[in-house]
Design a binder for this molecule. Structure first.
Ligand code: PEP
Length: 255
């Protein structure tokens, strides 16, 4: 798995209509299903998940979810369980995205979501990243702390079901302060590897590391080449099949 690039599209709360979602997904799948070196995962809003899942053919382009709850069933109004997602054969679930942390998701809750996702047999895409970069490098301790808390109780045998996405909050979305540089991403990719190695030894190296934050067709190749990452988590640009297709092609060219 680690030799293939993993490119995940986070569609956030777009598009509104299922017709539109299907058109975009079919368009993306047309290219993605031809790529040997890339695993593509599209994470649409929950209401579109089931319809899009029916359009999946093969393993190269699959559907994931943007969130899941910590229990498999129960009195949790408005929540969706990881078992429901794995029953639909979704491959991945994003956990701890900064937009969810911003509305109150704590490290403790993120940890429970990581454990619940793994238990349900779904690959968890754990998002970590600092809000600001300070001069003293405290953001490094912050990120490593987020990883340690989120992976508490995760065993070595579970690591095949874990992906870590470095998403600096200041580089995400249309209000991004500035795009991260490939050096910014490289520094944290090395930190993540060091943290995984401290926690799990060399077995920690099976965990793919992604970069996310204002990735587009112009910078995707550079992040993949220069930042020691195994893939990308793409927000806005994943909604445009043409731009996302260019990102997928950049990943395909890297052996
Ligand atoms: C995201 O929301 O995960 C993200 C990376 O967004 P964008 O690519 O739009 O910055």
């Amino acid at each position: 798995m680690k030799s293939k690039k993993l490119i995940i599209g986070n569609w956030k709360m777009y598009p509104v209509s299922i017709k539109d979602a299907k058109t975009r997904f079919v368009d993306i799948k047309k290219l993605a299903s031809t790529l040997r070196n890339v695993q593509t995962v599209i994470c649409p809003p929950f209401v579109h998940v089931s319809d899009l899942q029916k359009l999946v053919t093969g393993h190269r382009c699959t559907i994931g979810a943007q969130n899941a709850w910590i229990e498999n069933d129960g009195a949790y109004t408005g929540e969706v369980s990881p078992l429901m997602l794995s029953s639909l054969k979704l491959t991945h679930v994003i956990v701890g995205h900064s937009e969810r942390r911003a509305i109150g998701e704590s490290d403790e809750l993120v940890n429970k979501k990581v454990l619940a996702g793994i238990k349900a047999g779904i690959t968890v895409v754990l998002c970590v990243g600092e809000k600001v970069r300070d001069q003293d490098g405290d953001y490094m301790k912050f990120i490593s702390g987020q990883i340690r808390l989120a992976l508490h109780g995760v065993q070595k045998k579970d690591l095949a079901k874990v992906v870590i996405a470095y998403e600096p909050v200041w580089a995400i979305g249309k209000h991004a302060l500035r795009p991260a540089s490939t050096d910014d991403a490289l520094e944290v990719s090395i930190l993540i590897k060091k943290t995984l190695s401290d926690l799990y030894g060399k077995e920690g190296m099976v965990v793919p590391i992604l970069y996310g934050g204002s990735v587009d067709a112009k910078n995707a190749w550079e992040f993949l080449m220069k930042s020691q990452v195994d893939g990308l988590l793409v927000g806005r640009a994943s909604l445009d099949p043409k731009i996302f297709g260019e990102i997928l092609m950049s990943a395909e060219k890297i052996k």
